[in-house]
Write a protein that binds this ligand. Structure first.
Ligand SMILES: NC(=O)c1ccc[n+]([C@@H]2O[C@H](COP(=O)([O-])OP(=O)(O)OC[C@H]3O[C@@H](n4cnc5c(N)ncnc54)[C@H](O)[C@@H]3O)[C@@H](O)[C@H]2O)c1
Length: 272
């Protein structure tokens, strides 16, 4: 028996990095996982990996900023697995500039992916959550559902060059705390996890100019080697976290052991 048997989870941005590691761990605990990512190949790979280890998962590739994506994800959860218990708003990327060089599109893109899309997904999930909670209450049952919103220490503490990303990542903490209050009556625990340095594509130490394409925009990824080395020196544990360590922190909020924790923010930073 897994600790999440019969639980149904949506993880956005689960084709790589933290989301990928989390989707695999949730499935290992018995959850059925809807795997979303912008990129189809990585999405299918994660679903294949989960299924080949005996787990259950369904792929749903496409941008979480597409206004129809949240309904698609919730529809898939209910069609494929009949319920929805866990939502992890993880998808995202960064698009940095100092404020005088930042375009409005650049600002809006970060708000869209890190704040508005998570808000839309919660809104899309609200009907099924209300219906299922009522059915459970009528049977004298209580199942605590879980939302985990992924933030960043850029949001909780600020970071030069990230006025767009930091604003969105601060906003998601406000959204989490509000939904913890609004959805307590539906037995949903809502928390945020803010990461420091986790070693993924987003933070890959590189002095090459690497670019990715996100919904039509070409965006640099990676962080200069010197900056990453300076960050590591400031981290008491002396290194960045692995995707699996990051996923472990999110998993804590998804497990029944944390059912009575809601409205909280934890920073996962190796002590930074
Ligand atoms: N890595 C870190 O140090 C760090 C620190 C703080 C916060 N975070 C946050 O953690 C989350 C995961 O980041 P990661 O480090 O695993 O990065 P990553 O680049 O390894 O993975 C992010 C995934 O999200 C997907 N994605 C991006 N935009 C999307 C969209 N519009 N729709 C669907 N999928 C989309 C990407 O394709 C990618 O597979 C992000 O929200 C990020 O801001 C990461």
């Amino acid at each position: 028996m897994g600790r999440l048997d019969r639980r149904v989870a949506i993880v956005t941005g689960a084709g790589r990095g933290i989301g990928r590691a989390l989707a695999i761990r949730l499935a290992r605990e018995g959850a059925c996982v809807i795997v979303n990512d912008l990129d189809g190949g990585p999405t299918e790979d994660v679903v294949g990996e989960i299924r080949s280890s005996g787990g259950q998962a369904v792929a749903c590739a496409g941008s979480i900023t597409d206004p129809e994506m949240p309904e698609r994800l919730v529809g898939l959860a209910t069609e494929a697995f009949g319920d929805l218990h866990i939502i992890v708003n993880n998808a995202g990327y960064t698009w940095d500039s100092v404020i005088q060089k930042m375009s409005e599109d650049q600002f809006d893109a970060m708000i869209d992916v890190h704040l508005k899309a998570p808000w839309r997904l919660l809104k899309a999930a609200s009907e099924i959550i209300r219906i299922k909670t009522k059915e459970e209450a009528n049977r004298g049952e209580e199942i605590i559902r879980k939302v985990v919103n992924i933030s960043s220490i850029a949001g909780t503490r600020g970071n030069a060059g990230q006025s767009n990303y930091a604003s969105a990542k601060a906003g998601i903490v406000g959204l989490s705390r509000t939904m913890a209050k609004e959805w307590g009556r539906y037995k949903v625990a809502v928390n945020s996890v803010a990461f420091g340095l986790i070693e993924t594509r987003l933070t890959e130490a590189t002095d090459e100019k690497k670019l990715i394409n996100v919904t039509g925009n070409t965006i640099p990824v990676g962080v200069p080697v010197q900056n990453i080395e300076a960050m590591k020196q400031a981290i008491p544990l002396g290194r960045g976290g692995t995707p699996d360590e990051a996923a472990g922190a999110v998993l804590l909020f998804c497990l029944p052991e944390s059912d009575y924790i809601s409205g909280q923010l934890i920073e996962v930073t190796g002590g930074f």
